[in-house]
Design a protein around this ligand. Structure first.
Ligand SMILES: Nc1ncnc2c1ncn2[C@@H]1O[C@H](COP(=O)(O)OP(=O)(O)OP(=O)(O)O)[C@@H](O)[C@H]1O
Ligand SMILES: [Mg+2]
Length: 476
């Protein structure tokens, strides 16, 4: 324990006092726009911009491979920068790349920013199988691949090196991190979500936790293939989303809630105006008509905080057809439920909970966080009127993420919301490391089917027939 306590306090204090002005400048200089370190889009036409990104991506991988071979990835920034410059000069000279003058001019700079921005983590980000990257200290860097956590041989030079990487990531999205706000939710240029902490909140030094997105966006078909759910379950959830039912996805940390939400959002019709609200924008939707909103922490003076609740209230004035709240955590639960109950249906959100029933009780607590002294019965009535389905996902012991239950909220009995299970996952045993089990319908036809039929949506009753669908595939 306490590996760097005295140094750390000093470093943190130094940063806190001397970097204040710089941090403020940074936070206005780089507004949080999705593409991170990209150049102003006005200069390049959309088509060629996509080409440029693709070429840059390929060159980035070659560069990393080359630097890895030369053992340069952990070197000082100036050494890395000159290696990048030399690489860019050589490539531009020797290879006939379809880039225009301005693209050629900024290639080296963009590659350098990409490479230096994430420092020693670059090779991990280049590996598509890596889903999480966890930095606990200079010589403790872990990754999750195929549902398993492994230690890597990646090293930072010292804790200060980790802090530099954190600051670069923060600067790119216009956020700051220092002793006065030692925790930050950030995002990489590819959309991956980053959480960073500094001492004193993490005793042994700075940490970085990255949840990869960009590269590996899992689609519905892949989730079925990986054994997350049966085809019938997927079909039912698709019908639910298309016909604008309100769906709450519950589960523990890293259970696959956001992934499932993203996959279900695929079926939202293209003509709908979608507004997404997240703490760190991680959802990537196919639809074109999407407005992405992101909360903001307070600034250095402690002002300017924008909560998910502010965004939900604001988005109601933006003529949304669909409101997607990435994860409900607090008082926004109230406004979301009210919106769902006043015609803004088709809501999709996730909640951290251990079961569908637990999801409802947590939601109730979150509504109370809005600060209105609402009686518990009124809240429960709102919840059971608003929410149609709760989909519970779990990261099982074998590392596979599965939809464990799909439950329908059918009303209230006394002061308790009623839930009925429509689909379940049942374990039967295990084969080697992997669980063996099956997904099955419980045989109950959801109440909402009648409502859907009235509005002209045909729901094939066969999907609710009680038969077991063996799991497919293995998780990759
Ligand atoms: N069915 C699946 N098969 C394989 N990998 C998956 C599956 N679902 C999710 N993942 C991966 O698991 C990781 C966690 O997923 P996700 O971010 O969706 O979880 P979450 O429940 O939203 O987590 P958090 O509570 O941190 O928000 C991601 O890297 C994602 O790519
Ligand atoms: Mg999530």
């Amino acid at each position: 324990m306490d590996k760097y306590p005295s140094d750390w306090t000093r470093l943190a204090l130094r940063r806190g006092s001397s970097n204040t002005a710089a941090a403020r400048v940074r936070s206005v200089a780089k507004p949080a726009i999705g593409g991170g370190g990209e150049a102003p889009p006005a200069v390049i036409a959309p088509a060629s911009r996509a080409d440029y990104q693709a070429i840059k991506g390929q060159l980035q991988e070659r560069l990393l491979a080359e630097m890895g071979d030369r053992n340069l990835l952990g070197s000082a920034d100036d050494v890395v920068a000159s290696a990048v410059q030399e690489f860019a000069d050589r490539i531009l000279e020797d290879e006939d790349l379809p880039l225009n003058e301005s693209e050629r001019g900024r290639l080296a700079e963009d590659l350098a920013e990409e490479t230096l921005g994430i420092g020693p983590l670059a090779p991990l980000l280049a590996d598509p199988a890596v889903t999480d990257i966890l930095v606990n200290g200079p010589d403790q860097v872990y990754v999750e691949r195929f549902g398993r956590i492994e230690k890597t041989s990646i090293r930072f030079r010292d804790p200060e090196h980790i802090v530099r990487v954190i600051e670069r990531i923060a600067a790119r999205v216009g956020r700051r991190i220092d002793v006065s706000s030692p925790m930050a939710d950030l995002r990489l240029a590819d959309g991956s979500r980053v959480n960073a902490t500094l001492p004193p909140v993490t005793l042994d030094g700075p940490t970085i936790s990255i949840r990869r997105f960009g590269r590996r966006r899992l689609r519905r078909s892949q989730l079925i293939e990986f054994g997350m759910m049966s085809a019938e379950m997927a079909q039912f959830m698709e019908i639910a989303v298309q016909s604008r039912l309100n769906v709450l996805i519950s589960g523990g940390t890293g259970a696959g809630k956001s992934t499932l939400l993203g996959a279900l959002a695929e079926v939202i019709p293209a003509h709908e105006r979608v507004v997404t609200i997240e703490d760190t924008a991680e959802l990537v939707l196919d639809q074109e008509h999407v407005v992405r909103m992101e909360t903001r922490p307070p600034n250095l003076e402690g002002r300017g905080r924008i909560t998910a609740r502010d965004l939900v209230i604001n988005c109601l004035r933006m003529r949304p057809d669909r409101i997607i709240v990435g994860e409900v955590r607090g008082g926004e639960a109230l406004d979301m439920l009210q919106a769902m109950n006043t015609g803004h249906d088709g809501g999709l959100t996730t909640i951290h909970a251990n079961s569908p029933r637990d999801a409802l009780s947590r939601l109730e607590t979150m509504v109370l966080m809005a600060g209105l002294d609402l009686p518990s019965r009124a809240i429960r009535e709102q919840m059971s009127a608003a929410i149609h389905l709760i989909v519970h996902v779990r990261r099982c012991e074998d590392g596979v993420r599965r939809v464990e239950t799909i439950a329908e909220v059918t009303g209230m009995e006394g002061s308790t919301p009623l839930l009925q299970d429509l689909f379940q996952y049942r374990k039967r045993g295990r084969q080697n490391r992997r669980l063996i089990g099956d997904f099955s319908a419980t045989g109950i036809v959801p109440r909402v089917v009648n409502e859907l039929r009235e509005t002209g949506t045909d729901v094939p009753l066969s999907i609710f027939q009680r038969r077991t669908a063996p799991e497919m595939g293995t998780q990759t």
